[in-house]
Design a protein around this ligand. Structure first.
Ligand code: UDP
Ligand code: BGC
Length: 374
């Protein structure tokens, strides 16, 4: 065959060579992809709830199972490393407060991959980011978050996937625990090298505030000023709103404490964890608007005063036994939506709190009796 082609006149010979080369490239690429470039994950949906999230109404069903296959594509190794085009950044912008339906948001971002992954085109990202949002009953905030944050991160040329970790009814909301769950579950789906924990009501205003993790012992808090605190931080060790940890950093502090149900202090607690592990908090440049953050209005949950009893009882030892390594939850459902991966979990609050000193548990019981809020 080769000899036959080579014997023909030169234009015919050229075309034949191109065809043969093309065939070889296809075979090699096919083998390469089937071995390394496509990994499949089957996610089984369990105990589907009757939760209404955004525009998607999932009806209660029992013994419902279905599989979603996620294809993880790696980047072609010959691509150049993605750089940020600083000229494409817009700087500080006012937050848009219009809440659009999920369907219209999805059509705004047709480039997203299933599960809410956004990838830069034509280059190899320096980092693969998971954004973890603790969530319950904040659908409007979520839509506002998506419509504001996705365009900014696209301009940063980031490779990111948004995870919404929703706590099912039956226990008081636990922000730290939902973040821990996000860390563990997202790590099962892909190899992220940066986790950014972002409250759904906390929107960064300035796209020069690059979503990335710090190096070594530097944990990045991406906020220098909050609108409701006059664009300052309420106190210097505040690390709420948006914070970035590499997996190694997060494991070193053992993630968030699982003990803070109700409002407040899980962020203070993780600050002390970083301090005890000799880590430092770095923030965007001061004296600029880069680290400014807007918050979305909502009815404020009552401050749980007992949180200080937990906070002040924490030591290196308690933190080493309370966090990612002691996390207990039930995944009720995982759904790979167009703009985010939704993880729906339930928590046995009484079981978790058994890990606390009896005196603190009594304080919590007294608080519950007073507020009678579930
Ligand atoms: N959150 C939620 N539902 C709740 C309480 C909290 O989704 O009922 C999540 C949400 O991501 C929110 C974050 O936890 O942005 C922080 O809680 P909250 O907004 O109540 O705190 P604040 O902003 O008032 O300090
Ligand atoms: C709470 C924190 C909260 C901060 C700012 C503190 O009293 O414990 O969780 O982030 O106030 O609102």
């Amino acid at each position: 065959m080769f000899r036959y082609i080579l014997k023909r006149s030169s234009p015919f010979r050229g075309a034949g060579l191109i065809l043969v080369t093309f065939g070889i490239v296809l075979i090699v690429k096919g083998l390469y992809y089937s071995n390394t470039h496509m990994r499949s994950y089957d996610v089984v949906q369990k105990n589907v709830s009757n939760l209404l999230l955004g525009d998607i109404n999932i009806r209660a069903q029992t013994n419902y199972t279905s599989s979603t296959t996620i294809r993880q594509e790696r980047h072609d190794p010959i691509l150049p490393v993605c750089e940020i085009d600083h000229k494409a950044l817009k700087g500080r912008e006012q937050i848009t407060l219009t809440s659009q339906s999920l369907i219209s948001l999805e059509s705004m971002f047709p480039e997203s991959h299933v599960g809410g992954r956004f990838q830069p085109k034509g280059c190899k990202p320096k980092s693969r980011i998971a954004i973890i949002i603790p969530f319950r009953d904040r659908e409007i905030h979520l839509k506002i978050y998506l419509s504001n944050v996705i365009p900014k991160l696209r301009r940063q040329n980031a490779d990111f996937t948004i995870y919404v970790v929703e706590q099912a009814p039956g226990s008081h909301f636990n922000r730290g625990m939902m973040r821990n769950v996000g860390f563990v579950e997202a790590s099962k789906i892909a190899d992220y090298d940066c986790f950014i924990f972002n409250d759904v009501d906390s929107i960064f205003e300035d796209d020069r505030n690059i979503f990335r993790c710090g190096r070594d012992n530097s944990v990045r808090h991406l906020v220098t000023g909050v609108d409701v605190f006059d664009y300052k931080l309420k106190y210097s060790i505040l690390v709420g709103g948006i914070i970035a940890f590499t997996p190694a950093q997060f494991r070193k502090v053992n993630g968030y404490s699982n003990f803070y149900f109700d409002w407040g202090a899980e962020d203070d607690d993780i600050y002390y964890r970083t301090e005890r592990e000799n880590m430092v908090i770095e923030r965007p440049e001061k004296n600029s608007t880069i680290g400014f953050m807007s918050t979305l209005k909502h009815t404020r949950d009552p401050e749980a005063q007992y949180r200080f009893n937990i906070l002040h009882s924490r030591t290196n030892e308690t933190s080493h036994n309370d966090g990612v390594n002691s996390l207990k939850y039930t995944v009720k459902m995982v759904s790979h939506k167009k703009l985010f991966t939704w993880i729906y979990v339930s928590v046995d609050e009484d079981e978790v709190l058994k890990g606390l000193d009896i005196r603190i548990r009594r304080k919590i019981a007294a608080y519950r009796a007073k507020t009678k809020k579930t």
